[in-house]
Every structure is written in C-alpha cells, then in structure tokens.
Design a protein around this ligand. Structure first.
Ligand SMILES: [Zn+2]
Length: 228
C-alpha cells in the first residue's frame, strides 16, 4: 500500500455526545485505526527516538506540543501502523484537530504529501441534552461507584446501592463547570466545522439516538467516502 491510499477520517463531538464510543465501534468496520491524540503522545514518549525526544522536551516544560510536531508524530505513527498491519486502510482521528490552527497545520502537511482528508464526522447532541448527561453524575464517597441522577439513579434515590455511602457531585460536573467546557468546545470547534463544511467533507450525525442507530448512521455516511 502506498502512502497515498491512507484514509484520514476525523471524528468531532462535544463531551457527552458518545464520540469515543462511536469511534471505537466504527473504526474496525472501516479498517481504520482509532487514533486518540493523547494515546499517540503516550506511545511516542515511550520510544527512544528523536521524535520522542522532541515531544518530551515540551512535556517536561509543561508546554503545548506545536501543531506541526503533532502532525509529524501522527505521520510517524501511520508509517509504523502500515508496516505492522498493511490491512489497515487509514486512521480515525479523535481529538485532533481541535481548533482552526490545527486544522490548517494538518491540511498543509497533507497537501505536502499529496494526501487529503476523506471525511469529517460530527456526532452532535443538543446542548440541553449534554447538560443533562454531564451534570447528573454522582459518585459514592465510600466505594467510588458512579450513578446518574436521571439515567442511572441509586435505588433509594439517596445513597450508594453497593455500600450505603453518601453520594457527591465532582466540582467538574457542576452546571457552571460543564457550561464553561461546552462554551470552549463550541468556540474552538465551530470554525473547523465551517472549514470542512465548505470543502463538502462534513458529515453531521444525530448523536441523540440509541448507540447502535448512531453507529449505523455514521457507517452509512462513511462507507462511500472511505477506500477499503
Ligand atoms: Zn458505595
């Protein structure tokens, strides 16, 4: 397989939309490897390579890894992936690009290689539904069991089913904290969605249905756009 036949599919969605679940479900169906950017960096940091050293340099300083370096780490990963499993048809990118600058960095690097993005999937869920999903989480202070006030409430409505411990809400899960994270997501993501929409690459999927139905919709939209 030549580098030119690699499929680059990007999956985008707000926290709580089920993007990770969907990525894991659809990637094997399309011969794609699900590549979460965090995992990519963790993997390269374990290697004894120049690229690993470059990434470590930023990590050690607590600095952000520059976009062009992220792209090089991605390409190095794809090369290793192709060498170890030639049946892989490409990557399903999860967590990159996250903003317009990263999208531009990826575009120009792909252009240099004579490659292009195959499709961008947006798994979307209305904001009020996301608020419901993300703010209802309750955790047992004794055993750590998790519940959801609406979707998975404790049987007696008050305390842990397992151990009877009291339940609390993490500060990250308060309505204010969730609203702030969603604001940042929309602010960063809208420009990249617009960018891909203009290139007719964007596939919008309703994430507010049964998990299997969402998976089917994504596969149906991607199959014609991915070379397997
Ligand atoms: Zn408990």
């Amino acid at each position: 397989m030549t580098a030119h036949s690699v499929n680059y599919v990007i999956i985008v969605g707000p926290q709580g939309a089920g993007k990770g679940t969907q990525a894991a479900a659809v990637a094997p169906e399309l011969g794609l490897e699900h590549v979460a950017t965090g995992d990519l960096f963790r993997a390269i940091l374990k290697t004894d390579s120049d690229l690993g050293d470059e990434v470590r340099h930023y990590y050690d300083q607590g600095a952000l890894v520059p976009d062009e370096l992220t792209v090089r780490v991605l390409f190095a990963h794809i090369q290793r992936m192709q060498e170890s499993d030639p049946s892989i048809s490409g990557v399903l990118l999860d967590g990159f690009p996250r903003n317009r600058e990263q999208a531009d960095a990826l575009d120009s690097a792909l252009e240099d290689r004579g490659e292009a993005i195959s499709a961008v999937v947006l798994v979307d869920v209305p904001r009020d539904e996301l608020m419901k999903r993300l703010t209802g989480r309750l955790i047992c202070s004794e055993c750590g069991a998790t519940y959801h006030s609406e979707f998975n409430p404790p049987a007696n409505g008050e305390s842990c089913d397992v151990c009877g411990g009291s339940l609390y809400q993490r500060s990250d899960d308060t309505p204010e904290a969730v609203a702030q994270r969603l604001d940042i997501y929309y602010e960063q993501t809208e420009p990249i969605l617009q960018h891909y929409r203009e290139q007719d690459l964007l596939v919008e999927v309703d994430g507010n249905q049964e998990i299997d139905a969402v998976t089917r919709e994504i596969l149906q939209a991607l199959r014609p756009r991915v070379n397997t």
